[in-house]
Design a binder for this molecule. Structure first.
Ligand SMILES: C[S@@+](CC[C@H](N)C(=O)[O-])C[C@H]1O[C@@H](n2cnc3c(N)ncnc32)[C@H](O)[C@@H]1O
Length: 458
């Protein structure tokens, strides 16, 4: 072997070792070492420059991959141990000097939303502790049901956002409010001097408001047969009338300035939470059940929402994430995007309509509201998701990025890691754990689905 080849080989080995040390997650997949090495030869130009290698070296590298593979195999025992980072709650709490003072899970509504992180909140906080991720401002980029923001609102100033308006309503009540709204100006007979009692009085007033046949009754209860010629069974007729009467009364109270904006959002959020409990659906509003679920026969009842006090101020946005990235700068950006092709606007169209109460044009068997291209998420399409993710990672102004994703999502875990790298994130780590089981429609045996948490530093 002449000296040129030797030099180049040494460089390549240096690169291999650097790669293994800096990016241990690459060894996490179950590919053989050979495949792993081939993967490296396809690394991007910029990565190679970081190692001091030239692009020509990179191209020549293919010739030597077998030699290097053998070499690496021999050296393997010397490399840092790579593996899936495990999550062990107790060990992690003992070893860390700062603990997360999270909101108790019982105070976080179990909202029926695809991808609600309610059941994995403790994993997210464990990762934050374990990775010693510090900071004061936490950006919940895709807030959805607000589980994450509500969970962490005692630890951070939360900035939350979602493209859907009903999520914004929830954010205002579940995250932004640090104290109970006072309801001082409501004109209800014998209004109590005690603010806590006043909330109950207002909810009672709404619960008893006279039923009314409005948009929800006309289009989403069996009465829709007379209006649209299609019988829709999302709500019982009685509950449909209640939703209409409560929603229109809240609007009237706001227009008459009897309630302020905080009180307005608090009441609509309470209505949305109550609606979820009596909806005749098996998961989303993409379809209604043919027969009546027992829960849909219960009368809709507004309940007070607990307020989680916090020393931090919080802010909510209702925007496509790409429209607010220049306005938000944070310590931790938590990204929990849609992971499959199910558009949220289509699957939660009725909640959006109740929140907006804007008499939209609707169509089809499910009475779906017409929605614009802007309301569709680029994260729900295989064609657009990778570019969107890269754009997001590139433009987030954050010290740390935490991304939740599912193993059955549109982007593979390897691709996510390479997107993190392309966006210049470093110290990338992957935590994975089994999240839930589901039965595939096509075969009867159970599939395991994993939940991933990726960490990167900017
Ligand atoms: C997986 S859910 C988030 C779940 C949330 N973390 C929770 O625990 O409930 C994804 C959310 O992203 C929102 N979303 C999708 N595309 C968006 C975009 N371009 N900008 C802002 N929000 C978007 C959806 O409306 C949906 O609520």
């Amino acid at each position: 072997m002449n000296w040129k080849i030797l030099t180049s080989l040494t460089e390549r080995l240096r690169y291999m070792l650097w790669y293994n040390i800096e990016r241990p997650h690459h060894s996490l997949n179950k590919k053989s070492l050979m495949e792993y090495f081939c993967g490296i030869t396809n690394s991007s130009k910029s990565e190679l420059f970081q190692t001091g290698m030239t692009y020509t070296h990179h191209r020549k590298m293919n010739k030597f991959k077998v030699n290097l593979y053998r070499f690496l195999k021999r050296r393997r025992n010397m490399l840092p141990e790579a593996g899936i980072l495990s999550i062990n709650n107790n060990a992690c709490k003992k070893n860390c000097d700062h603990a997360i003072n999270a909101t108790p899970l019982s105070k976080i509504p179990k909202f029926r939303l695809i991808g609600n992180k309610h059941s994995v909140l403790n994993y997210i906080s464990e990762v934050i502790i374990k990775e010693k991720i510090d900071g004061k401002i936490f950006f919940d980029v895709f807030s959805g049901s607000c589980s994450v923001g509500r969970y962490f609102k005692q630890n951070y100033s939360i900035i939350s956002n979602d493209i859907l308006y009903f999520s914004y309503v929830l954010q205002r009540a579940l995250i932004v409010l640090n104290s109970f709204p006072k309801f001082e100006n409501v004109k209800i007979a014998n209004l109590s001097a005690n603010p806590g009692k006043r909330i109950n009085q207002v909810l009672e007033f709404l619960n008893k408001s006279e039923e009314k046949c409005g948009f929800i009754y006309n289009h989403y209860t069996p009465a829709s047969k007379n209006v649209d010629g299609i019988e829709r069974k999302y709500f019982s007729e009685e509950n449909g009338r209640k939703i209409d009467s409560i929603r229109t009364t809240i609007e009237a109270l706001f227009n008459e300035k009897q309630i302020n904006e905080d009180e307005y959002f608090y009441l609509i959020a309470s209505l949305l939470l109550a609606v979820q409990k009596i909806s005749n659906i098996s998961g989303t509003y993409g379809a209604f059940n043919k027969t009546w679920d027992p829960r849909s026969k219960k009368p809709l009842t507004l309940k007070p929402i607990d307020i989680i006090p916090s020393n931090f101020m919080h802010k909510a946005f209702n925007s496509d994430v790409f429209n607010i990235l220049d306005k938000v700068s944070c310590d931790i950006a938590y990204i929990d995007p849609p992971y499959n092709e199910r558009q949220y606007i289509a699957n939660y169209h009725i909640l959006e309509t109740i929140a907006r109460y804007d008499n939209p044009k609707i169509s089809g068997k499910t009475g779906i509201r017409n929605y614009s291209q802007q309301e569709k998420s680029v994260f729900c399409s295989k064609k657009t998701v990778s570019d969107a993710m890269l754009k997001l990672l590139n433009n987030l102004k954050a010290k740390y990025v935490i991304l939740s994703y599912s193993s059955d999502g549109l982007i593979s875990k390897d691709e996510i890691i390479s997107l993190f790298e392309k966006a210049g994130l470093y110290g990338i780590k992957l935590y994975e754990f089994q999240y839930r089981r589901f039965k595939s429609n096509k075969n009867t045996h159970k599939n395991l689905v994993k939940e991933y948490i990726f960490i990167g530093r900017k």
